[in-house]
Design a protein around this ligand. Structure first.
Ligand code: IFM
Length: 470
């Protein structure tokens, strides 16, 4: 029990610090639909999802959860949940359809309306600039492996901040650049579907550069009290055994999954072991003088997206892999325990391990859990209810882990549940439901699941239930 906790009979209220930010998160391509409206042009995900065999069932984000037309209803849902914050992403191809030049007002107007409705509902908007929907024209010009894309991103950040900066206080440059670089350009399971280790490393560097240049552009455009952040899906790594070979497997994956972003952004340098590990692929000469200084422009907080841990051992894995050569030295093992519909293990300790690692590695950097949640096989029962006890258990376990990390000194300022709505789950299409609000994609009817009611109570009490002595 910490000083914040309150005993209540057999249970204890695990209280969060006052002012803790309780949010939900979504991303533009996953919920908006309206793929061709108001000047929006195709992004790499429009192209990829139309490519036969790339997305389950041939699903696309053309309509998705139709949030573009149902935004008011969705904000009203959040108002009822009582969330203090909402994390959404801005679709670059709505704002700058060709990836460059002046902003399209109609595209920006949608976000202006969204932000106004959020503020009217007493909900703080948290805007992410890039959640994977690169304008296709920029991919045609080379995409993230090319430096030019980073320069274009900084321009997009500036025009978006000019338009929304008076109302949006918290900004995130990139969401999960690891996925965008390594799943998009390394093993090709995400858009744009390339399978080149070199391209994935080049993309990762240009994401770091893009982030840093965007931080500078945002600082120039935003009022001084604004907060600028970055969201990483850091991998919580565990060795199979404590043998030197298994520990080296952890080191390799930590370098190519975690430190490839953490070191440039927080220390202005590349991990030297990563440079050695990838010497057969590149000499990293695409990193120019000044890039790492630009990448390490100071930020106000770090966002962490966490779903499950990764167990590794010395060995060999399949190719094409997202691991830029590390697959020749590392095998991945299933973590034990129950699994979600994604077949991801449920293991809240991994979140605690990550948050306390960052407490130690990045002292003074406030943290936010910007995504956490689970997909299950949800359905509406004959009475119209959606019972999702497994999701409630997942969320309860993970919030308890966040609370424990805070008690142990991690400076965690907020938690954003993924996701508000069932949505387009990338290569899985609509087959995986992460929402706490069920969406019937045939009718677009929204039905809050039991987990939504549970989360509303957590927010209202600013606490989750713990067990005494438990
Ligand atoms: O749906 C995704 C989200 O877009 C990024 N983080 C992980 C989620 C679940 O896979």
């Amino acid at each position: 029990m910490t000083a914040l906790d309150t005993p209540t009979g057999d249970t204890t209220d695990l209280r969060f610090p006052s002012g803790f930010r309780w949010g939900t998160a979504t991303a533009a391509y996953q919920i908006e639909g309206a793929a061709t409206e108001d000047g929006r042009t195709p992004s790499i995900w429009d192209t990829f999802s139309r490519t036969p065999g790339k997305v389950h069932n041939g699903d696309t984000g053309d309509i998705a959860a139709d949030h573009y037309h149902r935004m008011s209803e969705d904000v009203a849902l959040m108002r009822r949940l009582g969330v203090t914050d909402y994390r959404f992403s801005v679709a670059w191809p709505r704002v700058q359809p060709t990836g460059r030049g002046p902003a399209v007002q109609k595209g920006l107007d949608f976000y202006r309306r969204l932000v106004d409705e959020l503020l009217d509902a007493g909900i703080r908007p948290v805007a992410t600039l890039y959640h994977w929907d690169l304008p296709q024209e920029l991919e045609n010009a080379g995409g993230w492996p090319e430096r030019e894309t980073a320069l274009r991103f900084a321009e997009y950040a500036a025009v978006t901040a000019d338009a929304l900066g008076d109302r949006v206080r918290t900004w995130t440059t990139l969401n999960e650049p690891w996925c965008a670089a390594f799943l998009g350009y390394g093993n090709g399971v995400h858009a744009p579907g390339r399978t080149s280790p070199l391209d994935s490393l080049r993309a990762a560097h240009h994401f770091n550069l893009a982030h840093g240049l965007a931080v500078r552009a945002l600082r120039d455009a935003l009022p001084p009290a604004s907060e600028v952040s970055l969201t990483l899906n850091l991998h919580a790594l565990r060795p199979l055994t404590q043998s030197p070979a298994d520990l080296d497997a952890v080191r390799r994956i930590d370098a190519v999954a975690n430190r490839i972003f953490l070191d440039p952004v927080f220390r202005g340098r590349l991990p030297q072991d990563l440079v050695r590990d990838t010497a057969a692929i590149t000499d990293w000469s695409f990193v120019r003088d000044g890039d790492l200084a630009a990448a390490s422009a100071p930020i106000d907080s770090l966002g962490i997206n966490y779903y499950s841990p990764t167990v590794v051992a010395a060995g060999r894995s399949e190719s094409p892999s997202p691991w830029a050569g590390a697959e020749r030295h590392v095998r991945f093992l299933p973590a034990p325990g129950p699994r979600t519909a994604m077949d991801w293990p449920v293991d809240a300790d991994g979140l605690y391990e990550l948050l306390t690692r960052l407490r130690d590695d990045l002292p003074g950097v406030p943290l936010m859990v910007t995504e956490n949640g689970a997909a299950y096989h949800d359905y509406t029962d004959p009475s119209g209810r959606v019972h999702d006890p497994e999701r409630v258990a997942y969320l309860h376990g993970h919030l308890t882990a966040v609370h424990r990390a805070i008690g142990d000194g991690a400076d965690v300022r907020g938690y954003f549940l993924w996701s508000l709505l069932d949505n387009f789950e990338w290569a899985h299409g609509y087959s995986k439901r992460f929402g706490i609000v069920h969406v019937d994609f045939a009718t677009q009817r929204r039905t809050p699941k039991d987990s939504a009611g549970w989360y509303a109570q957590v927010i209202a009490r600013n606490a989750v239930e713990g067990h005494r002595n438990g």
